[in-house]
Every structure is written in C-alpha cells, then in structure tokens.
Design a protein around this ligand. Structure first.
Ligand code: NI
Length: 190
C-alpha cells in the first residue's frame, strides 16, 4: 500500500494513450489498484486514472458517497473499470463544472454527453456494463479521457469558464446548478 504522487498538467505522461491491460491476473494489477485507491482517498478525489500516477494502462477507479452538503449529487458506486469503452446514448451534451487532481485548485465548465453506456472489465476480469447519466456519466467520461491523454481543460469551450476555485466570486462557480451533473464539490474529481 502506498500513496503515490499524482502527476500534474504539463507532465508529458498525462498526454499518452494508455495501453489495454492484457493479463487480469497479474499481481502488479492488484498492487496498482491498491495504490490508486490509497492515493484517491488521501486526496479526497472522486476518481483516478492510472496514467495520473504514471502508469500507462487502461485502468480507472471512481466513486462518490452521498454528500450531505450536496444532496442533489447522486452517489456513484465505488467502481474499478479496466479497458473501458464509452458510448453516448443520446446526442445531448450538458455543461458542468469539473476539477481534476492533476489540475489542482482549478475548475472549468466542460461539455459531456448526458447519457452514456460504459463497458469494460471489473477488477476480477469480469465483464461489466452500465447505462448512466448526469454526474455519474460525467465522472466516467472525465476518467476515461485520461486514458486517451486528454485533460478536461482541453474540452472547455469558453476559457472564461476556467479558473481557480478560490478566485470565483464568493467561491461560487458561475451558473452551477445543483443536480445538473456538475462536480461542484470541493473534492477534485480525479
Ligand atoms: Ni482528472
């Protein structure tokens, strides 16, 4: 068990395409997942992708318990997702605020598909598939982007909607409405 350093935007390792996991029984995979969980929890994140700790494999974890401060944010089950594929279930995009452990202290307004299907393997190598929307869908798209070498600022359409959290007026994100799928928590999403 180890808390690993999270790479920050600017590190070229965050821009690589991650390779699929070939051997689900590799003990190194189990060790990676332990480190990812320890690291995510230590930073109060809602998600983490393996490339963020310098491992270029298609592995993400995410999950968020119900938070009484944000009662409209639906909880997301603790999930390990390996070799994921994301498919939109409708064309509609929804703008929501995001943060990232690799872009600390900042928030940006990012368009994401509102409803998606995602599939992949769980930590035991069993196939899994879910259809989700809103906040859950946003978290998955954010994490899977890390596997493609994409960080959320690359998807912001209007860079006026990007800045330091503590610099926004009254610490409030403009236009952030409860329940619209925003990661408007003070936890970085991952
Ligand atoms: Ni992130």
């Amino acid at each position: 068990m180890a808390i690993r350093e999270v790479l920050r935007m600017g590190d070229p390792r965050l821009l690589r395409r991650a390779a699929p996991v070939e051997d689900l029984r590799d003990p190194a995979l189990a060790a990676l997942l332990v480190d990812m969980r320890d690291t995510m929890r230590s930073l109060d994140g809602a998600g983490l992708a393996a490339p963020q700790i310098g491992v270029s494999l298609q592995v993400v974890i995410f999950g968020l318990e119900h938070n009484p401060r944000y009662p409209d944010a639906a909880p997301v089950p603790d999930t390990v997702l390996i070799n994921p594929v994301v498919t939109p279930l409708e064309e509609a995009l929804e703008e929501g605020w995001e943060g990232c452990l690799s872009v600390p202290g900042m928030r940006g307004l990012v368009p994401r598909w509102r409803r998606i299907r995602y599939e992949g393997l769980d930590e035991h190598g069993a196939p899994m598939a879910r259809e989700v929307e809103g906040f859950h869908a946003r978290v998955v798209q954010h994490e899977v982007d890390h596997l493609l070498g994409l960080l959320y600022p690359m998807r912001i359409r209007d860079l006026r909607n990007f800045g330091f959290l503590d610099a926004f007026e009254a610490g409030r994100l403009p236009g952030a409405e409860p329940g619209n799928g925003s990661l408007s928590t003070d936890a970085e999403s991952g």
